[in-house]
Design a protein around this ligand. Structure first.
Ligand SMILES: O=C(O)CCC(=O)C(=O)O
Ligand SMILES: [Fe+2]
Ligand SMILES: [Mn+2]
Length: 222
């Protein structure tokens, strides 16, 4: 089974959005102070991690596999809407090298990794509701590439929902969720109609994410 998280029922409070303004052009997060804290815990966003050529290469390799599937309305756990997905362990040499670069950049050395890469294709009208990836199936780090579309990822603290921020996930960026951002905050991908970052529309097109994860350790908090 592909799903790896416990969905969170409540809708996130409105946060970030047009109000908290980072220094113009400088930040990929809507709240500087909170983002600095989450970065200190190991979270990050790396814009332009992929070149256009690398993005095209990954999409070309994934497209035939994805096209065989139909978009599903809703996942059984209710978190993902209008999506299709696959898990892939065999890649071309070129793609393998890109994914190795992701693993080297994002996954801590010495921690076992899920060998299968999760590929999630969200339709233009697709979105992901707030959830925390299940500690049963996923370890300390989630590392995701965004292909074909930019999007806004919202992080909301599970205990203090006013503690929240939006991340701009540009097309070809890499995001890393680790530490508090991985365990204490839900993450979600906003639907097109809600997709704003600092008051600016971030149009949601079809988006493919390619996600590498660590395996859980028995010492992971749960
Ligand atoms: O598409 C993404 O980048 C996130 C996907 C996600 O949250 C998940 O599969 O658990
Ligand atoms: Fe997830
Ligand atoms: Mn996730």
């Amino acid at each position: 089974m592909l799903r790896r998280f416990a969905a969170v029922g409540r809708r996130a409070l409105l946060c970030g959005g047009g109000e908290a303004q980072p220094s113009p052009g400088k930040s990929w997060a809507s709240s500087e102070a909170l983002w600095r804290r989450l970065q200190a815990g190991g979270a990050s966003v790396v814009p332009g991690f992929l070149s256009e050529e690398e993005e095209a290469l990954l999409v070309a390799e994934l497209e035939p596999q994805l096209r065989r599937r139909r978009y599903e309305e809703e996942h059984w756990d209710g978190a993902i809407h209008k999506y299709r997905e696959t898990e892939k362990s065999h890649w071309s040499k070129e793609s393998h090298e890109i994914l190795q670069r992701v693993r080297d950049a994002a996954l801590p050395p010495g921690v076992p990794q899920l060998s299968q890469v999760h590929v999630l294709d969200l339709a233009k009208t697709g979105y992901i509701k707030p959830h925390v990836d299940s500690v049963k199936f996923c370890g300390c780090t989630i590392a995701g590439l965004s292909l074909l579309s930019s999007s806004v990822m919202r992080l909301v603290h599970e205990q203090n929902p006013q503690d929240c921020l939006d991340l701009l996930l540009e097309r070809r960026s890499l995001y890393i969720l680790r530490g508090p951002a991985r365990y204490e905050y839900t993450h979600e991908i906003l639907k097109d109609e809600d997709s704003f970052f600092n008051g600016r529309k971030v149009p949601r097109e079809r988006r493919i994410s390619v996600i590498c994860r660590n395996l859980p350790l028995s010492s992971d908090p749960s």
